[in-house]
Design a protein. Sequence first.
Lengths: 563, 255
Amino acid sequence: MSYISVEHLKYRYPNTERLALNDLNFEIEKGEFIGIAGENGSGRSTLCQAFIGLVPGFFKGAYGGRVLIDGTEAGKTPVSRMCRKVGLVFQNPFNQLSGAKETVFEEIAFGLQNFGVPREEMTERVNEVLGLLDIEACRDQNPFDLSGGQMQRVALAGILAMKPDVIVLDEPTSQLDPAGSEEVFAAVDRMTEAGITIIMVEQKLEKLAEYCDRILLLHEGRQIAFDTPERIFSRPDLEDYGVKPPICTRLCRALGVKRADGCYPASHEEVRKLKTQFPEESLFQKKCVPDGKTKGQEACGGEVFQIGHLNFRYQEGTPVLRDVTLSLDSRSTAIVGQNGAGKTTLVKLLKGLLKPVGGSIWYGGEDMAGKTVAMLAGEVGYVFQNPDDQIFKYHVLDEVMFGPLNIGMKKEEAERHAREALKEVGLENLAAENPYDLELSERKLVAIASVLAMDTRVLILDEPTIAQDWKGRQIIGGIIQRLEKQGRTVVAILHDMDFVSEYFRRVIVMARGQVLADGTREAVFSRKEVLEKARIEEPSLMKLCKMLGYEKAYFQLKEGEEV
Amino acid sequence: MKSMSLYVDLDTWLTRMHPFTKLCYIATAIAASLIGGKLWVFGVFIGISLGMLVSGKIIKKVFPLIAFSFTILITIFLIHGLFNHENVTLLFAAGPLRFYREGMLYALRISCNVLNMLLAFAVFVLTTRPAELVEDLEQIGFSPKIGYVISSVFQIVPQMSGTMNTILDAQRSRGMETEGSLLTRAKSFLPLISPVVMSSLTNTRERAIALEIRGFEAGEKKTYLRDSSMKTVDRALCVCMVVLLAAAVAVRVML
């Protein structure tokens, strides 16, 4: 019998009608790396909770079938016993912290204390995971003072240190910089060699394809398929389930490059093996590259923000921004760089939420020092990184109307704007819901809508693609394109380089409080030393084409091409 | 994050001393001087506490406490010096105000008592990390659940004030005026309360799950990162203090 077996698993949350999990059947062997793919709301997080018994133990509701892990039935075993076998890492790291420990070191040791691990071993294990996840530097910091990405590493470390036999990860890298998420994948992958079974929900399908042995595809609580990445991503009906195949598969499909078994390759490694089957660059261009000239580098629409010799620090002696000089215009601009580089701090300064320690910021020809945040609210919109920080009303519609009403719109006008904004993010049906009841991805879209409704000249987005599936990304991408066409300025902080290269004309790379590079995507992504220093990666397509020996940089494939 | 505790993070012999020894000192300082009953005993303990605070490099932190307590002590002197019902012997007069010896002595005794307690507690509070105390208590059999509640308060209250600032930021980002006159700021405070409470409640449920999956209820005997057993010096000091207390009792009973 298999190590983990799921038999006819059905589950419905209390007070709902739809089955969140609908008759799942699959088996997992010890030491396998399993990915779970599907659009938001397909039941991925619920399944994660079923592995450790939180469903049904904690959430109650109707439960049928069973989940057997190494002979233990998860549905009937208390979570306090299951947690010895199964470790679960949440989507939102903030909620995973114990809330009782003052330093990162103690926070990671929390679970070990509860298991009664002897002191020497405890210290040893904590040190080990600190090294593994590269967070030694913040071992004595308060976990709540960390940036989102660092907190995510601490949450992960807290579970890894407990050494469970099965580790279930719910989007563990959503807030990490590209190099950081690669490190996490590699670290987790190494664990499978020691016989640890990994089950991971992830939006980064490129990574799933590269690391997973098998992928479980879910849609509306149903199991669509459970198979190798190549087979899953070669399915012609994949997009019906809200999943966009990784770039390797899309490219191979467009060019008709298949493996011997009839599947399209899904990872770089597989593509490399078939390198000889790929056409010359000119043919590739003709077949796959969308027409139309890429827009130029030139500034347009006049300067919006003028930043001069900007300095900022939260605490004496630890500068966060160092002598930043920039000007922003109406080109859509992405700010990228490692966790803790000062990106969020920079946009908070632009919004006026923080005041510069040195230097100046001018908006539209006026010094911002003399204005309050509220005075500029109708001009500059800002969407927070964590939607929970931003949402404070009990109905989605009220939430979205809050801003428009404050900047002086009449009630009817505000409601019209709010409904339009909700429609644009695809949530018009949820206007009467309580935002606290929505999924993280939906809350993020509510937060975006609540700023869109204010119809500001500048829109600042802090990691807009967190927790978004393919559909959500397309919605957000569409908004960025529309605003740019209307001459608005969009500034976004992002860790998703594919998204950056698809939608942004200007890329600013930051590291350690300074601007490392600034230019078009072509210019920035071709500078290897900059990418390395800022811990970012080339966009997937660019990397792939380079590997195939194509000379130019490509960022987009023609849509809907089948051979 | 701002800390809610008064602990001053220094590495001195006082911060290294076991919390129980310091607790023992508080008990001794208060009990011995009350039992001893003589004013000079108070003086001795106040002197010892001050000496510890100086050598622990935290005397500066105590000044505001002393200054604050003086405002109260002065009123005590005024009230008792002027109006105590046992007042007979005139001590001195300042214009129409006549201060009496009995009342002033009584007030002096109260003041010494307050100052003694204040300083003894200051020695403890300023040099002990709350988390450390909780851990030490847990290790001698205190319930870990109550321990968690205590130490989480020290984390969650500052975190709630952080949440409040974030929500304030979110509100002013969307055009609510929160800066400026006192009235504007007061008006912006009310709409804050319900979201802060709401988000804390939501967090509570999530945190309960987090504790559960990290084995808080595993039922195992917990282990601790720090060795909390008392050092020889700590033990010796505690024994000395117990002897001192016993002596004070003996002296009081026999004389």
